[in-house]
Design a protein around this ligand. Structure first.
Ligand code: ZN
Length: 271
């Protein structure tokens, strides 16, 4: 599932569309739109406008036209791929829609259909939507980070996955961050010392920045906005590596469930 580094990579790839004349929208999967309570005719309002900017919060990506704002959550298998030319190619079996810009089009596909689409016709609605998403993991400051976690009694891994607490970190990056910070995923978030919280905060920023530099992690099917795989999976130390030796101490990495998610960690190195 695309997490913050993957969505940020796509956002950067799509910046080439800013200011480019936007010609039309082609809808391929009306049922998908219906499920997201979007009428094709509402989308048509975008035609003839220009893309003013792109923004991201957590795992959400927003395309700002003068009105409305179009939002995407890629769910498990959603992808946004930019193509040269104006005809979406037939190779996209699960395409939902394409945004046809001058000499380029952006194809949104989603095989498993767990992604979501949003249209905000008023800035006010958009701002209200953002309020419900926790502070972005790249934007959050240290005092705010400590404050957010201090009162949480559930495991630190669950807290990191809770998009209302901090947004953008999912299963891959939570495992990688906790291993690198030496913190056991089952520890109650509120039990972390000041020092541990600071270490966790710094590690989170480092891991996310490095993952963005390497254009995200490709485990199964994630590709960036240009249809290419990411590279950060080559830097994974524990994610899905249960049964293999820990890269620090050599003891086997263990597998447990936290918040219903498979979690890999080293009981020796993560206290
Ligand atoms: Zn270890």
């Amino acid at each position: 599932m695309p997490e913050l580094p993957e969505v940020e990579t796509i956002k950067r790839d799509l910046s080439i569309l800013i200011g480019r004349p936007f010609k039309s929208i082609t809808v391929y999967d009306e049922a998908y739109l219906e499920k997201n309570e979007i009428m094709p005719k509402e989308l048509k309002k975008l035609e003839g406008q220009r893309l003013l900017q792109l923004s991201r919060k957590g795992k959400y990506l927003f395309l700002h036209f003068s009105k409305p704002i179009l939002g995407f959550h890629l769910g498990l298998t959603g992808s946004l791929i930019l193509l040269a030319g104006e005809n979406p190619f037939d190779k996209f079996k699960h395409k939902v829609l394409s945004l046809n810009f001058l000499e380029m089009c952006l194809v949104f596909s989603d095989m498993r259909k767990f992604g979501r689409l949003f249209l905000f016709d008023e800035e006010k609605n958009f701002q209200n939507f953002l309020i419900d998403i926790g502070p972005d993991a790249l934007e959050i400051g240290l005092p705010q980070f400590k404050e957010a976690l201090r009162s949480i009694r559930k495991p630190i891994k669950s807290a990191l996955l809770d998009q209302k607490v901090i947004s953008g970190v999912g299963n891959i990056y939570a495992d990688e961050i906790l291993f690198r910070a030496g913190i056991n995923p089952l520890r109650s978030a509120g039990s972390l010392s000041e020092e541990e919280l600071q270490k966790l905060y710094q590690t989170m920023k480092e891991v996310l920045h490095l993952a963005i530099q390497l254009r995200g992690s490709t485990i199964k099917d994630y590709v960036d906005g240009l249809g290419r795989a990411g590279m950060f999976q080559t830097k994974h130390l524990v994610y899905q590596k249960y049964g293999k030796p820990c890269p620090r101490c050599g003891e086997p990495i263990e597998k447990i469930k936290v918040a219903g998610r498979t979690t890999s960690y080293c009981p020796q190195c993560q206290r």
